[in-house]
Design a protein around this ligand. Structure first.
Ligand SMILES: Cc1cc2nc3c(=O)[nH]c(=O)nc-3n(C[C@H](O)[C@H](O)[C@H](O)COP(=O)(O)O)c2cc1C
Length: 344
């Protein structure tokens, strides 16, 4: 498993792992420009509160890694950046902690990020097979504020020796919502959530989702680059599998979820559009990974500052003094996104 996580970092840092035929459809969300904003850019408030933690901007560095020395360095640098810029940060799957106590150290970030909204992470299949108290220990060991339970059946089917039996995951998530002492976030990994899946999650008692839709990193794609034979052919055929991010965000907000929008979020304009669709927080993975690997802490600072400054610019140019105003700002929705949003 350590090998697999190391491969994921290397492949995502160096190869073309993004969707080719599918976009997030956020480009179909166009804010109406306001030539007379009557605002001072310095007074615009991008801050928000989530799970009792104040964030300077509604941004999450979503879960990527853990379990190796390189992963430890990435986690600690990104968590420290989250602390510096007032963002939320997600750990990668904590599965490695279950098998190897040495690996646990690679998830410890609270000493460099004492105040951040910190999200733990485990796969739905592992969660199904674990007791609630074992999962509570996993959360407690890293001092996380919430647990992301990730859904990744598309990835698993293309991954060499991946899981093939996904029965019982919904019940397990429902059990955790009832029994865990921290909030549970049902999180996709780049293939999005349909209205039906969202309704089933809601029925199971889930209140928080990270829809992680298609348009950015494709995990059928990443595993295609690691697999061979018939599995690789299936991966190539399903490279662009998934529901674009923008409609998933609209559906999750309609269904009353506390919503994290992610999957293909690449700049502050994407962040603003996702907030315009009603998201509470907006997440990204790949841009942060590439920044920390290619340029270290300084490059991570550039990503954080440019995302927030672009968000602030869009807020000024739509006359929005805070995030609530941005959610109401006038917009035009293009035909393709309208069609998806109307899908039942
Ligand atoms: C190197 C890497 C490793 C990842 N590992 C995990 C993981 O362990 N758990 C998880 O929930 N998501 C994981 N993800 C998925 C991301 O959190 C995110 O949902 C997905 O990559 C789409 O966002 P993006 O287009 O901004 O990359 C990983 C992403 C990357 C790039």
């Amino acid at each position: 498993m350590e090998r697999r996580k190391a491969d994921h970092i290397e492949i995502c840092a160096t190869a073309d792992v993004e969707h080719r035929e599918r976009s997030t459809l956020l480009e179909e969300f166009v804010f109406l420009h306001d030539s007379l904003p009557e605002l001072n850019a310095d007074d615009i408030r991008t801050d928000t509160v989530c799970a009792g933690k104040r964030l300077s901007a509604p941004l999450v560095i979503t879960g990527m890694t853990g379990g190796t020395d390189r992963a430890a360095d990435i986690n600690r640098r990104l968590a420290a950046a989250a602390q510096k810029h007032g963002l939320a940060f997600g750990l990668g799957s904590q599965r490695a902690m279950l098998r190897d106590s040495d690996a646990a150290a690679s998830y410890i970030v609270r000493d460099v990020a004492p105040d951040i909204l910190l999200l733990g992470n485990i796969g739905a299949v592992q969660a199904r097979d674990m007791t609630t108290s074992a999962l509570a220990d996993l959360v407690g060991a890293v001092e996380a504020d919430a647990l992301c339970v990730h859904l990744n059946p598309a990835q698993e089917l293309i991954q060499p020796n991946g899981d093939r039996d996904f029965r019982g995951c919904l019940d397990a998530i429902g059990r955790l919502c009832d029994e865990l002492p921290v909030p549970v976030i049902a999180k996709e990994t780049g293939a999005g959530m349909s209205r039906t899946v969202l309704a089933r999650l809601r029925g199971a008692g889930v209140r928080h989702v990270d829809v992680s839709g298609a348009g950015g990193t494709t995990w059928t794609g990443v595993e295609t680059l690691r697999s061979s034979g018939p599995q690789q052919e299936t991966g190539k055929a399903l490279w662009s599998w998934g529901i674009p991010t923008a409609p998933c965000v609209g559906w999750a907000v309609d269904a009353g979820f506390h919503t994290i929008a992610s999957g293909g979020i690449r700049d502050g304009h994407d962040v603003a559009r996702a907030i315009g669709l009603g998201a509470d927080l907006v997440g990204a993975a790949l841009p942060w990974l590439r920044a920390v690997i290619d340029g270290g802490d300084a490059a991570v600072d550039v990503v954080a500052e440019s995302m927030v400054e672009t968000l602030r610019a869009v807020m000024l140019l739509t006359g929005s003094s805070d995030l609530a105003a941005l959610r109401r700002a006038p917009r035009v929705i293009g035909p393709e996104l309208s069609r998806w949003l109307q899908q039942s």
